[in-house]
Write a protein that binds this ligand. Structure first.
Ligand code: ADP
Ligand code: MG
Ligand code: ZN
Length: 626
């Protein structure tokens, strides 16, 4: 898969060639003896020479047999001197002579050696500038991507990401029996994008899907495509898809898609992005141009979905996105169980305690943790890993993660717990809010994905005033809870407030829901908004300063009124707020059933599975990552 080896041997090949040429040159010189011209003439006169070749600059004389056998040299050479007596002398002696061109070899050497050195230097320079890229491997010598038949990884090896696993089950089914799906005309996703923070097991999950389905797995990393010479990456993509079609059913997995799929036009230095764009275009072309019923599924993983080129996410491409999020306590426990398999643990080690001590850890961190603990144990010459080593390892890793800003401290965690509990309680108490699916205080990096803060356009005209007011109330729930409990407020509600303001403004300006201003649209037509990127400039404002002031008054009226309403709700529910936050701090994730139980409400009838709420509601409390 990696071509670095080929590149290296190219370098060595050149070196060997140069050495060979050098040796030949050296040996060609040996057995010669250079003598002064006068000396040569003397030897000719003395009858020691058999034959002579006269070149433009050099004269070569072959000594007689006797001399060659006694003193050695094969050849005498002398620099030529303008001398008209030489030829008569040779004729008089009867010595054969001939003209001679300078040896082609010697002449070639004069050019080849410096040229070779320059070439080598150039290669070396380029490699130093860009260590991952070779220069001597333009396209042809690229190793092909080899599919792996059966990865040997199963769903058993992946833990703590049950929802993501659940979503891939259908893909496994399809890969096992593509004919069945084809006969039914069922629609199958072409591209599946795994999104989640680093180390949560995206690569592992993709391999597990291939392993479960027992199909060939083609893996490559987006970074590999980014080559120096234009055309190479695109050719590889073409090759990859051609191979996959032959080997279907199979999975093509592109790891770190963001390296390849960055929005076009955001190029790097040295025009390297041209290549990336070409490769990306080729990928889009290939994805568009094949029939999903062939039994080829394209999977990709990224931890930075926000920088991907939007073209990649269009229907028919990576239109299915699966969130692979950080595990909760139970998930961490399960992951620890998997990785504790090969490790000698002392009887005092309790994995569920470790799971509790490691909020924010992802699968890779947990695997690393157990490994660190084992290393520490070895260093301390103990027979088995005890809780002491585990604790030391946790401390070490926590320190590292804190530096990377990936963990929050206990105080922040408490605030987040009350904040989220506030959202959830309000959502259950107001009449029209979407039901709460789950509340989580697991730090989420990129998880905002798929949960957009905006209202979907289609819903916009279908919401009643009451529903909008309730949404605002839910959004304010977090901030109000913080204020009630801590008597101070944090920056955590910034995003909530942005959405609150946006909603209230739309109610007044777009939907005509304010009594004072009446049913008038002050926002301008939708088309104009689009043209101006959603922002209104003062030139297109079609109302007076005075109206602007009443709009502001109305908006803040809506918000402050709702704020009071929320405060009353939460104050009345203060005990519930306490219990729920404690529970959150304890187990990190509370689901709908438990929430309703804590609130003393009867269990809600389960919504049918096809209406699962995971990505539908644009504004629900569990979605506010702040
Ligand atoms: P990602 O691709 O999301 O960055 P990886 O799949 O490369 O993460 O995970 C790296 C390693 O961490 C895996 O090989 C595995 O050992 C461990 N790991 C990560 N997530 C999990 C998980 N959910 N269950 C079990 N092991 C995991
Ligand atoms: Mg990975
Ligand atoms: Zn919030």
């Amino acid at each position: 898969m990696d071509n670095r080896k080929t590149r290296f041997s190219m370098g060595y090949f050149f070196l060997a060639l140069l050495l060979l040429i050098g040796f030949q040159y050296f040996f060609a010189q040996s057995g010669r003896e250079e003598i002064p011209y006068s000396e040569l003439k003397t030897r000719i006169a003395a009858g020691q020479v058999d034959s002579v070749r006269v070149g433009e600059q050099v004269i070569e004389a072959v000594p007689t047999d006797t001399i060659r056998e006694t003193t050695g040299p094969r050849l005498w050479t002398a620099n030529r001197v303008e001398d008209e007596t030489l030829i008569p002398l040779l004729e008089e002696r009867g010595i054969p002579y001939a003209g001679m061109r300078v040896g082609w070899f010697a002449q070639a050497m004069v050019w080849l050696i410096p040229l070779g050195l320059i070439l080598l230097f150039w290669v070396w320079m380029l490699r130093r500038m860009n260590p991952t890229q070779g220069v001597l491997t333009v396209g042809k010598s690229r190793a092909r991507i080899v599919g792996q038949e059966g990865t040997g990884v199963t769903f058993e090896d992946v833990a703590g990401v049950d929802e993501a696993k659940q979503e891939t089950v259908e893909i496994v089914e399809f890969l096992r029996t593509p004919e069945k799906f084809a006969k039914l005309g069922a629609k199958i996703p072409k591209g599946v994008l795994l999104v989640g923070p680093p180390g949560t097991g995206k690569t592992l999950l993709a391999r597990a899907v291939a392993g479960e389905a027992g199909v060939t797995f083609f893996q490559m990393s987006g970074a590999e495509f980014v080559e120096m010479f234009v055309g190479v990456g695109a050719a590889r993509v073409r090759d990859l898809f051609a191979q996959a079609k032959v080997q279907a059913p199979c999975i093509i997995f592109i790891d770190e898609l963001d390296a390849l799929g960055k929005a076009r036009g955001s190029g790097g230095p040295m025009g390297g992005h041209d290549e990336r764009e070409q490769t990306l275009n080729q990928l889009l072309v290939e994805m568009d141009g094949f029939d999903p019923h062939l039994g080829v599924i394209i999977m990709a993983a990224t931890n930075r979905p926000e920088i991907l080129d939007p073209a990649l996410l269009r229907p028919g491409r990576f239109d299915r996105q699966i969130l692979v999020d950080r595990p909760d306590v139970n998930g961490r426990h399960d992951i620890l169980k998997i990785h504790a398999g090969g490790i000698q643990l002392a009887s005092d080690v309790r994995l569920e305690l470790i799971a509790r001590r490691t909020p924010g850890f992802v699968g890779a961190d947990l695997a690393n943790l157990l490994n660190e603990a084992a290393l520490l144990t070895a260093r301390r010459d103990k027979p088995a890993v005890t809780m002491t080593e585990v604790d030391d390892a946790v401390d070490r890793i926590v320190a590292g993660l804190e530096k990377k800003n990936r963990l929050i401290n206990d105080k922040e965690r408490t605030i987040v717990a009350y904040h989220e509990a506030g959202h959830a309680i309000v959502a259950e108490r107001v009449p029209t809010a979407d039901p709460v699916h789950k509340i989580s205080i697991i730090p989420r990096g990129v998880a905002a994905l798929g949960y957009t803060q905006q209202l979907p356009t289609e819903d916009r005209y279908l919401l009643t005033k009451q529903e909008l007011m309730d949404r605002i109330a839910v959004l304010l729930g977090g901030r109000v809870a913080e204020e009630i409990v801590f008597d101070e407020i944090s920056t955590g509600a910034g995003n909530d407030l942005e959405r609150v303001t946006d909603l209230a403004r739309r109610m007044v300006m777009e939907y005509g829901m304010s009594r004072e201003l009446g049913p008038i649209n002050y926002a301008g037509s939708r088309k104009m908004q689009f043209l101006q990127n959603g922002e209104m400039s003062s030139e297109t404002r079609s109302y007076s300063e005075e109206t602007a002031r009443s709009i502001d008054r109305e908006v803040s009226g809506i918000i402050s009124g709702t704020y009071e309403r929320v405060r009353e709700i939460l104050q009345a529910d203060r005990p519930v707020l306490e219990v729920l936050s404690q529970r959150l701090l304890d187990i990190e994730v509370v689901d709908e059933a438990e929430l309703r139980q804590i609130m003393g409400l009867p269990p809600r009838r389960r919504s049918p599975p096809e209406q699962r709420i995971v990505e539908t509601p644009p504004v629900t409390p569990e979605l506010s990552a702040d």
